[in-house]
Design a protein around this ligand. Structure first.
Ligand SMILES: [Zn+2]
Length: 212
């Protein structure tokens, strides 16, 4: 914990003064360009990966970068999506999975989650991806997990479209969806291309988009 307290001191002494004008401007309100939905994994840092400053990304993070489909009892993820799309008017949503994801590993390997009933129930929102993943032959467990990470991003891109505010914004052409997979070791980001329905290198195809 001392590391965190020391970090706050360093932030106030070094980082804050460098951005004081930015923080003064942000104190009155935010106007982020994108909603970024990522895993809670400590190795995935949306602002670092995208080199965004405070105020630029509206972030939702949870185990497995999951978006529950819209329903009669919407939860926290639904509320955050609605706020980002309706109140903040973001133009883009990125759903970002990552390599070595513990949640996707648990699903792909049928891990025993008896001791973590909340995790077990939460990961049911990836059942669609699991069904698709299980139907494919994988050369190794590692390959199955790798595919599961990608299958899950595609499934969550489908889930987010069930949210009325997202469906409406897409229909009105004021929102684009993006599905990314971030590789921790190499820093490479793959993006889902909605036209070819394949993941491509974001560096090679920077305009790759999940929505056509
Ligand atoms: Zn993860």
């Amino acid at each position: 914990m001392q590391d965190l307290v020391d970090g706050v001191k360093r932030f106030q002494r070094d980082a804050f003064p460098e951005r004081s004008a930015l923080f003064r401007r942000l104190a009155a309100g935010q106007n982020p360009q994108a909603l970024f939905i990522a895993c809670s994994d400590s190795r995935v840092v949306p602002e670092l990966i995208t080199q965004c400053e405070p105020g630029e990304l509206f972030v939702v993070r949870n185990a497995g970068n999951i978006v529950p489909p819209y329903g009669p009892e919407p939860g926290g993820v639904s509320a955050s999506i609605e706020y980002a799309v309706v109140a903040l008017g973001v133009s883009d949503v990125v759903i970002c999975g990552h390599s070595d994801c513990g949640a996707m590993k648990a699903i792909a390997t049928d891990a025993d989650l008896t001791a973590m009933p909340a995790v077990r129930r939460w990961l049911r929102y990836a059942d669609t991806a699991k069904a698709i993943n299980s139907a494919h032959a994988h050369t190794s467990e590692c390959a199955a997990i790798h595919a599961m990470v990608h299958d899950n991003v595609v499934a969550q891109l489908v889930n987010i479209r069930t949210h009325p505010c997202v469906a409406l914004a897409l229909e009105q052409g004021r929102l684009s969806l993006h599905g990314w997979v971030y590789d921790i070791e190499s820093g490479v980001v793959e993006a889902y291309d909605g036209q070819s329905r394949r993941f491509v290198s974001l560096s090679d195809q920077p305009s790759a988009c999940a929505t056509e």
